[in-house]
Design a protein around this ligand. Structure first.
Ligand code: HEC
Length: 149
């Protein structure tokens, strides 16, 4: 019984810290990834675009669509990247990439970067490994932020 109680408490503590994290301003240390810039080098939007359309690295278009006329096959499982990203601040977009489950606990979007790569739809080969490196994340964020709304 004691063990069960402990697990329940842990669950409650986790829920509480998640709720707290969402209202914590960026830059303040928290139990979920910090959403301030991951590298000192500013993101490169054109490299970010390449990562977004790349089927091996970003594979964003598996689920998302966007203004990528050269890409014939785009996803229909997620919002159009151009419309939504333009309405958000860089911290939110970065947090979305690092920990999409903060915004939707049942999300199908994988967590992309260190330190908490996880995701139900991530191939076992990639479980526990970052899908994108910190500079890749910054490049993708830079690209999404400069997309026309
Ligand atoms: C397996 C499907 C999947 C993949 C791959 C994926 N996403 Fe997502 N993404 C989603 C879904 C679904 C949502 C809608 C919110 C939710 O359900 O979590 C979303 C939401 C977002 C949002 C927030 C949109 C908004 O304003 O609400 C951004 C930004 C985003 N994704 C960017 C990306 C980028 C960039 C990549 C590639 C590096 C990517 N996603 C890869 C499924 C995916």
């Amino acid at each position: 019984m004691r063990a069960g109680h402990g697990i329940l408490q842990l669950g409650l503590a986790m829920t509480a810290s998640l709720a707290l994290a969402q209202s914590t301003p960026p830059g303040v240390s928290m139990s979920v990834p910090d959403a301030s810039a991951l590298t000192s080098q500013p993101g490169d939007p054109s490299r970010g675009r390449r990562l977004v359309v790349d089927r091996q690295q970003g594979f964003c278009l598996l689920c998302h669509s966007g203004p990528f006329p050269e890409e014939r096959f785009q996803g229909t499982l997620a919002p159009d990247l151009s419309i939504r990203a333009g309405q958000r601040v860089a911290q939110d977009v970065r947090a979305q990439l690092l920990a999409p489950d903060r915004f939707n606990p049942d999300t199908i979007m994988p967590a992309y970067g260190p330190p908490t790569t996880k995701g139900v739809r991530v191939h076992p080969q990639f479980q526990g490994k970052p899908l994108l490196q910190p500079q890749d994340i910054e490049d993708v964020v830079a690209f999404l932020m400069q997309m026309p709304p």
